[in-house]
Design a protein around this ligand. Structure first.
Ligand code: NAD
Length: 452
């Protein structure tokens, strides 16, 4: 099938590469010309494991462009995967979405086309995009206008395992009020739904995946499914963090508590790691958007609101713990391990490390930091922030009064902690993710603290 993807970021690029890999003809479009130039030259503008290998395999079916006139006329299916960043009110900024819809409308050739909202967009956006598409076609000569149907196909990928999640998803959700649109998307996704494609050697099909459930529903339900899923995951994290606070007071071990409840199949073990809390471009933005949507209908969402409040409190707890341990923060040197919002990505949007660094800088702390992947992006996106980045953890530890593990990169687990402790002014480590081996650190002479 002929597919166009509008927006070639974390979601658009992953979707484009995966659809090209399973045999569709895909044209990825982005208005960021530098990004398109880089992609045409074979350079990937984001860090995502295995993306370069899959892109190379898919390249015969894949094109990149900045021109709507090139991408849209021949496309049968057009995915909108542009950013929907938050505004101060919590409602997402839909400017990029409306620009994309208008440009699609202006360049669509006659024939039936399905326009798919893959961006996370508020409930009602499907109808709105439909009206923008029709508006953009007004005034055209009879018989030259495309016939658009709008569908919602929310994305559930996790950065860091985006390709795995796209090829072997837990489910595919398609919302449309027109049966024809559902049928087109069903055909598009059939190789993934039936798992009939040959798995790449570096992304083997898990033994448990032989067919992927399809949830086909109306537009509004598909739109709400995405927000409800993210809100639920966010509150699962905040729930365990709330229990962590109590566990600390009563002398319980929150990791054991999480294991004890997570083994209950009704609860499940994932998203039950106590610590600094969630970050990234989705949970904060999507919970805020859900609250904003509810308020348009005169509703409050107290559970979602509480989850947000608790998450923000976890960042303050890092500063409180350091203050309690070191007594005075002004003039201290603190090293952060990890800048990316989670391991295996270079994404820094709403990264806890950046928030914590700012809080420490505001208190007069000299901040040093290490990240295996995200340092270059950090300097690009936070150029004015007085944080000294280092080549490795040993260098970061030099003269530090404490280290804080913020992002649980696997390589932080097995470090020469004795050597690191010797470099520090006071060998204190605050484990923000319950990730490190407390006994090993104690043997290396480190004082171990955790955020529970
Ligand atoms: P991103 O910022 O990485 O990419 C968005 C891209 O859209 C950018 O490259 C930008 O240049 C491009 N763009 C903006 N306006 C455009 C236009 N008019 N025409 C063409 N291109 C345009 O964003 P992302 O992380 O890929 O997220 C995209 C959407 O997917 C968001 O709504 C997000 O909430 C949702 N989502 C993201 C994730 C994730 O993990 N990143 C997961 C699920 C859903």
């Amino acid at each position: 099938m002929q597919v166009a993807i509008i927006g070639t970021g974390y979601v658009g690029l992953t979707t484009g590469v995966c659809l090209a890999f399973i045999g569709h003809q895909v044209c990825c479009l982005d208005t960021d010309e530098a990004k398109i130039r880089a992609l045409k030259a074979g350079k990937i503008p984001i860090y995502e494991p295995n993306l370069s290998e899959l892109l190379e395999e898919a390249s015969p079916n894949l094109r990149f462009t900045s021109s709507y006139a090139e991408a849209i006329p021949s496309a049968e299916i057009i995915f909108i995967a542009v950013g929907t960043p938050p505004t101060p009110s919590g409602a997402p900024n839909l400017e990029y979405l409306s620009q994309a819809a208008r440009s699609i409308g202006q360049h669509g050739a006659a024939g039936f086309k399905v326009v798919v909202n893959k961006s996370t967009v508020p409930i009602g956006s499907g109808n709105w995009v439909g009206s923008l598409l029709r508006e953009a076609c007004e005034g055209r000569e009879a018989g030259t206008s495309p016939e658009f149907a709008v569908a919602s196909n929310p994305e559930f990928l996790r950065e860091g395992s985006a390709l795995h999640d796209s090829l072997y998803p837990d489910r595919i959700v398609i919302g449309a009020d027109e049966t024809r649109a559902l049928e087109v998307l069903y055909s598009l996704y059939r190789p993934i739904l039936d798992q009939t494609f040959s798995a790449p050697t570096y992304l083997p099909r898990p033994d448990t995946v032989y067919a992927v459930p399809l949830v086909s529903t109306d537009l509004a339900s598909a739109e709400l499914i995405k927000y409800a899923a993210n809100a639920f995951l966010a509150l699962k994290i905040s729930f365990i963090n709330e229990m962590g606070l109590l566990a600390e007071r009563v002398g319980a071990n929150i990791t054991e508590v999480a294991r004890g409840i997570g083994l209950d199949s009704r609860i499940g073990p994932r998203f039950l790691s106590a610590g600094i809390g969630w970050g990234g471009s989705c949970f904060g933005k999507d919970t805020a958007a859900l609250i904003a949507t509810a308020s348009e209908y005169g509703l409050n969402l107290p559970i979602v609101e509480a989850a947000r409040k608790l998450n923000s409190r976890q960042r303050d707890r890092v500063v409180e713990k350091l203050l309690h341990e070191l007594k005075i923060l002004k003039g201290r040197t603190i090293g952060l391990l990890g800048l990316a919002f989670k391991p295996n990505t270079d994404d820094l949007r709403e990264s806890p490390a950046v928030e914590i660094a700012q809080k420490l800088v505001d208190r007069g702390v000299r901040v040093r930091a290490h990240d295996p992947i995200a340092v270059e992006r950090f300097h690009r996106e936070h150029a004015g922030m007085p944080v000294q980045t280092c080549e490795n953890v040993c260098e970061t530890a030099e003269g530090c009064d404490a280290l804080v593990l913020v992002t649980e990169w696997s390589e932080y687990r097995d470090l020469d902690w004795e050597a690191i402790a010797k470099k520090m002014r006071t060998p204190v480590i605050l484990d923000g993710r319950h990730f490190l081996d407390r006994d090993k650190l104690a043997r290396a002479g480190m004082r171990y603290l955790a955020i529970s």
